[in-house]
Design a binder for this molecule. Structure first.
Ligand code: C2E
Ligand code: MG
Ligand code: MG
Length: 694
């Protein structure tokens, strides 16, 4: 149709329709519904405000335009024209429907469109369209659909199970990503109650938490486990209450793996990885528990401290692998001896602990200690060898020997030391005397820390004599300690403690410097080539600085190295460490003399004498003491001197107290003597006087 014709007709038609007022008045101001009227040529004869809003054309713009030119998208135009014609001519109604029309801007407009056709007073057929905007509804629908897809994707992506339940545990809905996660197949869930698909105790746990979540209205979680065909699985359930719907959302996650690794970490924190026994931490915790129980029931509890004798030697000689195996076997034997309810733990290294509870008598502990020693009598079979391992056992009893776990452990440890002192392979009960010894030990340790600074140490010197002409050849430096609160402390008491704490290193250096400074002075005074013997502890060899401090002291004092003699005991050599070899070789290379002290005690392995560059051998004073009393001591001294002579070593007899001793030693061919018969250890001043008068 041409445009001029359109304009003409529209004018006429609109005039005819303005008369149709009552109907129009009804819709004119309605904004939410679009009402459009069309003449039989589909030209707009009515266009309410709702139409302006919905399609963007003002009333003026729309009036007279054809339906298909205004709001019908191009692809629908032909169909619309045809349908309208059919209705007009054959009475075929256009049914109401959801359709997508077009806004003035070209945008799509979703509407629910209803149509009526009637004839007005002028006999013209008019079609009225009533369109309801569906945009918001469509949007909401699309969003709902999107959310549904998103949820599905989430359910798919997350390995958790999602259940929707009623308060009574009836399962309304579930989602799961993988079917193998399910305990029961999905179809079996919906409509069932939890009680039908889960064990009773789990169901009741759920019930409790469902009640809680309804009451608290906050997300709540708990853990439970289920026995599955493949073993026990652990789950975490998170519950949220959807109060509007009176439903409970349950999210279930399989936490078996986390549980396993947490269990592993827990195990590592509380158990010794080698023997799988409770470690120190757990053992002490158990002891605390045992003590609480013992207090309540008025019972005794026993702490048994066990140390494997000479275990270090096994490690050093057979290697750590065998050492580890032996520890495992030893741990197993310990476990065999005690009752199920008792604890065997590993405190570290070769130290173990046994905790006994519910005992009526301390004597019950004695039987167990004896059994422990007995089970170790049978050799261990390891790497094709038979190994004998013995135990030193210390026993502390609650409440007699302490109230706290730490006191009892310390006292059992003290008693164990006593067992070691008794010759190992035995047990010892803690006594109050031991307590005194320990207390003194602590006090010595404490005081010694400041003794050097306070100048409490003094070096004394015991002269050494040529056996044939009584001439003084030198002296041995012997340390003395006077402490204001402890009084005189003997080296026998404080040297081992200084060793243990490492204080022997600075203290030893003090002795070296003092003794060499004195030696210089003494040599000048008497114009003699005296020697100075200084005792060295094993611990001093571990220190890097030993060699350099020796060198420095020799340099400072201008003493020739051959005047210095270092006395070492077998304890130093038994260590077997390579740094000892190296230090000894270097010391010897400097020209310093080496002396084997206390020969005859301990193992007195002759091989050490050959293996190391010794110059001097000192026979222990216990043999000198026995030399006039029993033949065996005399024979031993005789043999020692003969052997030393053959090895070219100078022999010193220490602790010579009587003339008969001296006579025998002379007969046996001993070279040098030292002892109270000649002189006690003297202060520097006393020795200067003594030697000048000698
Ligand atoms: P030792 O090296 O065997 O020293 C000899 C010990 O025998 C000294 O004991 C000495 O006083 C004592 N003695 C000497 N003559 C006689 C005697 O005729 N009869 C008896 N019964 N005893 C005699 P002291 O001074 O108590 O020293 C004990 C141990 O302490 C020493 O044994 C030595 O191993 C150690 N020691 C002493 N001073 C030092 C030191 O500066 N450093 C190190 N590492 N150890 C030291
Ligand atoms: Mg000595
Ligand atoms: Mg000695």
């Amino acid at each position: 149709m041409s445009s001029n014709k359109t304009g003409k007709i529209s004018k006429t038609l609109s005039h005819q329709y303005e008369l149709n007022d009552p109907l129009h008045q009804l819709f004119d101001a309605v904004k939410v519904i679009s009402v459009q009227g069309y003449d039989d040529d589909r030209r707009v004869i009515y266009w309410n405000e709702g139409s302006e809003v919905l399609y963007g054309y003002s009333k003026q713009e729309a009036t007279g335009q054809k339906l298909e030119d205004l709001i019908i998208p191009p692809y629908m135009r032909e169909g619309v024209v045809e349908a309208h014609g059919n209705w007009l001519n054959q009475g075929v109604e256009i049914p109401a429907a959801e359709i997508t029309l077009q806004h003035k801007s070209g945008a799509e407009v979703s509407v629910f469109s209803s149509h009526v056709m009637f004839t007005n007073q002028y006999g013209n057929k008019q079609m009225y369209c009533v369109d309801i905007d569906l945009t918001d509804i469509r949007k909401a629908e699309a969003q709902a659909l999107f959310k549904e897809h998103m949820l599905e994707t989430i359910f798919e992506a997350i390995p958790d199970l999602f259940f929707l339940m009623q308060k009574d545990g009836t399962i309304i809905d579930y989602h799961a990503s993988k079917q193998e996660n399910l305990y029961v197949s999905p179809q079996q869930f919906i409509g069932k109650n939890m009680a039908d698909v889960m064990p009773e105790e789990v169901t009741s746990k759920f019930q409790t938490y469902i009640e809680k979540v309804i009451e608290q209205r906050e997300m709540i979680s708990f853990e439970y486990d289920l026995t599955m065909p493949q073993g026990i699985s652990y789950f975490e359930a998170r519950l949220a209450y959807l109060s509007e719907y009176k439903q409970v959302m349950v999210v279930i996650r399989d936490i078996t793996e986390q549980h396993k690794s947490a269990e592993l970490i827990r195990h590592q924190a509380y158990f010794d990885s080698l023997t799988l026994l409770p470690n120190r931490f757990l053992a002490l915790d158990r002891l605390s528990q045992i003590l609480i129980e013992a207090k309540r029931n008025d019972q005794k509890a026993v702490v048994i401290f066990i140390d494997l004798d000479d275990f270090k030697k096994v490690n050093d000689s057979l290697g750590h692998e065998i050492g580890d195996k032996l520890l495992i076997s030893a741990a197993n034997r310990l476990k065999e001896v005690v009752r199920k309810e008792d604890t065997v733990g590993r405190l570290g290294g070769d130290e173990f602990i046994v905790l006994l509870k519910g005992l009526a008598e301390p004597n019950d502990a004695l039987a167990i200690a004896e059994n422990l020693l007995k089970t170790f009598r049978k050799p261990f079979q390891l790497a094709g060898r038979e190994l004998i391992l013995t135990l030193s056992i210390g026993i502390a009893v609650y409440p007699e020997n302490g109230n706290s776990a730490s006191d009892l452990l310390r006292n059992a440890d003290t008693a164990m030391y006593q067992a070691k002192a008794l010759g190992r392979n035995t047990f010892s009960f803690f006594t109050s005397e031991m307590n005194k010894v320990m207390q003194r030990r602590f006090e010595i340790e404490e005081q010694m820390h400041v003794a050097l600074e306070r100048g409490e140490f003094e070096v004394h010197y015991q002269p050494k004599f040529e056996i044939n002409n009584n001439a003084i050849v030198g002296a041995e430096a012997l340390l003395r300690w006077h402490n204001p609160s402890l009084g005189e402390v003997t080296p026998g008491e404080f040297i081992p403690i200084a060793e243990h704490t490492g204080l022997i290193v600075p203290v030893g250096e003090f002795v070296i410097n003092q003794a060499l400074a004195f030696l210089k002075h003494w040599q000048i005074c008497d114009q003699q080539f005296y020697t100075m013997a200084i005792n060295l502890s094993p611990r001093q060899f571990r220190e890097q600085g030993l060699l350099s401090s020796l060198k420095k002291a020799l340099e400072v004092t201008q003493i020739s190295a051959e005047c210095l003699e270092l006395e070492i005991t077998e304890g130093v050599l038994m260590n077997g460490q390579s740094y000892i070899h190296e230090s000894i070789a270097e010391i010897s290379a400097l020209g310093i003399k080496l002396s084997q002290d206390d020969f005859g005690t301990g193992y007195s392995s002759l091989s050490y004498l050959r293996q190391y560059p010794f110059n001097v051998l000192k026979i222990d004073r216990s043999f000198i003491h026995g030399i006039t009393l029993n033949k065996s001591d005399c024979d031993l001294v005789k043999a020692t001197i003969a052997m030393a002579n053959s090895l070219g070593l100078t022999v010193v007899a220490e602790g010579v107290e009587t003339e008969p001793q001296l006579t025998i030693l002379k007969d046996l061919g001993c070279d040098l003597v030292q002892g109270f018969y000649f002189s006690k250890p003297l202060t520097a001043k006393q020795l200067l006087k003594f030697s000048s008068q000698h």
